[in-house]
Write a protein that binds this ligand. Structure first.
Ligand code: TRP
Ligand code: ZN
Ligand code: CA
Length: 436
């Protein structure tokens, strides 16, 4: 949890203070050949669950299709993703005479012809708040997406996230999404990862037995922790991966168990209580924030990130070297406003900067044609990265390679942004330098 804890601590601080404090301590990147997968902060996942619980409590005790608690849940998740720089869309459908919603969030960048998708159903049954089923999957996928943004991850493949409506009425939302996805778009989806119930209070560690690559990716993660897994058998096709699988999209997922009973052998290897359901509050009013096993939620949230990062990043040469980054948000005032900067303090690098300095930029903005963005070296030399191109497109999420070989490496490097046209606004979300 070290990396994400540090990142969220930074993100929570004020931009002004961080602008002065500048960079994060150097963190070494992954060994070559591996993808650097961040740890997901389970505290953040739990906060999302507490928020979903509050939404249910304020709306008659549930977050079910057609009820106010469902729409409030969708609005809550969408607002977080919008603020982080995702391109989101609400997809409406009708079921049982009520309007339902799917939320789709695309992370800008990556190969548009190779999409890796992760999703979870956001609706509960009417009898309870649905915190394990399926606040758990929804919150883990949300935090994984927010971590993509926070770390400025730029995978080879395109990342898409989905939150489905009316799963509890028969996979209605996910079926609607897949049915309305044109054949050419379906062919681009190279994998769909489903997370439905991943924090059961008496947990098992179940992996879907579907696409072998996805299955192996999850199994390797748990093997690395020394945790045995079993194949999910509590009803194949009982969740939102089924519509994807039915049109030939490779699928996989995780599950910690619903109303099946934990055997003695399972309690032996996983702990917990044999002879008792994995989730005694399945589809009941007691499926509250008290109905979560934190260890299972933590491990599975990390497994979600492991699969997303591993499956979307293959084929790239992972960045190796020393990373300095500032994840504090810095507001860019609308034109005519001053230029603002985000700073990282580079220390411990001998001699000059490299000819291939990697400059990761994540700027959330609603019209990137307004923006001039520069890298400013410690001695004040300016390297222009972006000069009012891109028109009305949203967000600059890009890694630039800068020949900085005439600069001394150590010192305060700044990412400088200025808005040159009125109306649209935004902020610097992430600035990252990688010294190879
Ligand atoms: N949401 C699912 C349901 O209520 C829970 C579930 C049961 C499940 N069996 C499953 C999820 C198997 C994944 C795999 O039906
Ligand atoms: Zn359910
Ligand atoms: Ca503007």
């Amino acid at each position: 949890m070290k990396l994400s804890a540090r990142l969220s601590a930074l993100a929570g601080s004020s931009a002004l203070v961080l602008g002065a404090l500048a960079g994060a301590a150097p963190a070494s990147a992954a060994p070559s050949g591996a993808v650097a997968v961040p740890d997901i902060a389970v505290a953040n996942v739990k906060q999302h669950l507490a928020d979903l619980q509050s939404i249910a409590t304020a709306n008659g005790g549930n977050r079910a299709h057609g009820r106010a608690g469902y729409k409030a849940s969708i609005d809550f998740v969408k607002a977080k993703l919008d603020a982080a720089g995702f391109t989101t869309s609400l997809q409406q459908f009708t079921s049982g005479g009520a309007t339902g919603y799917n939320l789709i969030a695309d992370w800008p960048g990556g190969d548009p012809n190779q999409v890796i998708m992760a999703g979870s159903h956001l609706d509960s049954v009417t009898s309870g708040p649905g915190i394990n089923d399926n606040g758990s999957g929804s919150a883990a996928v949300l935090e994984a997406a927010l971590t993509v943004a926070r770390t400025g991850y730029q995978p080879t493949k395109h990342l898409r996230f989905g939150w489905w409506g009316a799963e509890e009425l028969g996979l209605i939302g996910s079926k609607y999404y897949v049915n309305n996805l044109p054949t050419t778009e379906r062919a681009k989806v190279k994998g769909y990862l489903n997370f439905d119930m991943i924090g059961s209070p008496n947990p098992g560690y179940f992996v879907y037995d579907d696409d072998p690559t996805i299955e192996q990716t999850f199994k390797s993660y748990f093997a690395g922790l020394g945790i045995p897994t079993e194949i999910e058998t509590e009803g194949d096709g009982r969740s939102d991966h089924a519509p994807f699988k039915n049109v030939g999209i490779p699928v996989g997922g995780l599950f910690t168990g619903a109303d099946y009973i934990k055997t003695a052998a399972q309690a032996q290897k996983w702990g917990g209580t044999s002879g008792q359901a994995f989730d005694r509050c399945y589809h009941s009013s007691c499926d509250t924030t008290a109905n979560i096993n934190d260890t299972a939620l933590d491990r599975n949230s990390d497994a979600v990130a492991h699969a997303i990062w591993t499956l979307s990043g293959t084929g790239t040469t992972p960045p190796t070297g020393t990373v300095f980054e500032n994840t504090a948000d810095v507001t860019i005032p609308d034109s005519p406003g001053a230029a603002v900067t985000s700073t990282v303090n580079v220390t411990g690098i001998t001699g000059n900067a490299p000819s291939n300095l990697s400059v990761g930029v994540n700027i959330v903005h609603t019209y990137i044609g307004d923006l001039v963005v520069d890298l400013v070296a410690p001695d004040g030399t300016v390297y222009n990265l972006h000069n009012r191109t891109g028109g009305s497109a949203d967000n600059i999420v890009q890694t630039y390679t800068v020949n900085a070989s005439s600069e001394v490496a150590n010192g305060a490097w700044k990412l400088r942004a200025q808005d040159k046209a009125g109306a649209d606004t935004g902020y610097i979300s992430n600035f990252k330098l990688t010294f190879p």
